[in-house]
Design a protein around this ligand. Structure first.
Ligand code: ATP
Length: 319
């Protein structure tokens, strides 16, 4: 292994920049040449890449987003697109590739691995939902962003004695909703993993207001329904005055938290170590607080382990 490349793909996540920095610096430290590919698989197909220097990744450890840009690339899902990508990798004499992204990006990298270019995946998605790892880059920063927003909304909720419905990201996974709900003291959390009846939700809201609660915070993960839809639904059951706040893309941005920077550095460096052993089709992850590499197939076939006990605890603490 002489020359490796790195790209970021799919939705951006805080922590991608420190991960790129770690791959580039660890690679150079180990005597490798490191190439940066711009715009994910789209840039790979188009040959948009250049050798990285130590300086290129200077001053990015604290920045959100990705200096290499990200993209979704439908062309790469065709045989024709994959052929072009492989030709570019061969033309630029790239022996191995680090792909930072979600499970879709992993699937793309698996195709390249099978065609003879060893690829290693680094989990970069705020949703924390890649099977096989307890942590994905960006989750902690997104969590802090949501908690900060809840705290601010709570001031208004209290002042006006209102119930606020806050819609957060999470199409298939309720991790952001549950962690933020627990940290923000939400009364009700709606997540894709649990189907709670409207009757039970309303009962809890009513018992809160009966004991004199001035406000309520309801967190809705977008995968369940939109905040507005939930507010409409609630009207059929209660007269409680609600307001909806959709946090949207602010959850994907911002300066990566300390935890995300450290995890990104550990994951990025581990990815280089794995490539140095000529291993492809591997994913980097955290298991029981240890950074590991595992068969990427597990990320496709396994299911994300959701901690139901945290959801349960949030209910117990919001009686
Ligand atoms: P996130 O879910 O956080 O947005 P992701 O990596 O899952 O991240 P996707 O949009 O699913 O995001 O995938 C990113 C890119 O990876 C796609 O645009 C496509 O180029 C490539 N890709 C995804 N799935 C496949 C697949 N099955 N085969 C080949 N390439 C794929």
């Amino acid at each position: 292994m002489k020359r490796i490349a790195v790209l970021t793909s799919g939705g951006d996540a805080p922590g991608m920049n420190p991960a790129i920095r770690a791959v580039v610096r660890k690679g150079i430290y180990e005597g490798l040449e490191v190439v940066g590919i711009y715009n994910g698989y789209q840039g790979l197909i188009e040959g948009k890449m250049e050798p990285m220097t130590l300086g290129f990744v200077g001053d990015i450890i604290q920045r959100g987003g990705t200096k290499l840009y990200s993209a979704r690339c439908p062309e790469f899902q065709t045989e024709e697109g994959q052929k072009k990508a492989l030709e570019q990798l061969k033309k630029h004499e790239i022996d191995g590739l680090v792909v930072i992204g979600g499970d879709g990006s992993y699937r793309g990298s698996m195709i390249l691995t099978k065609q003879g270019i060893p690829c290693v995946g680094v989990p970069g998605t705020i949703d924390n939902d890649i099977p096989g790892t307890d942590y994905t880059l960006g989750f902690d920063t997104a969590l802090n962003t949501v908690v900060e927003a809840i705290d601010k909304i709570r001031d208004t909720a209290t002042s006006h004695e209102r119930t606020f419905i806050i819609e957060v990201m999470g199409r298939d996974a309720g991790d952001i909703a549950v962690w933020a709900g627990l940290a923000g003291g939400a009364e009700t959390i709606l997540i894709p993993e649990v189907d709670e009846s409207m009757e039970s939700i309303v009962k809890r809201l009513n018992s809160g207001s009966e004991r004199g609660k001035k406000h309520s915070i309801i967190i809705v993960a977008e995968g369940v329904m939109s905040g507005t839809e939930f507010a409409e639904k609630l009207k059929d059951y209660t007269d409680i005055d609600t307001r909806v706040s959709v946090l949207g893309h602010i959850q994907r941005g911002g300066t990566p938290s300390g935890r995300d920077r450290v995890m990104a550095s550990l994951f990025g460096a581990k990815a280089v170590e794995v490539l140095l052993q000529n291993k492809g089709g591997r994913a980097i992850g955290l298991r029981r607080n240890e950074v590991v590499d595992y068969d990427m197939q597990e990320a496709f076939e396994g299911s994300h382990v959701f901690d139901l006990s945290m959801y349960q605890l949030s209910k117990e603490l919001s009686i």
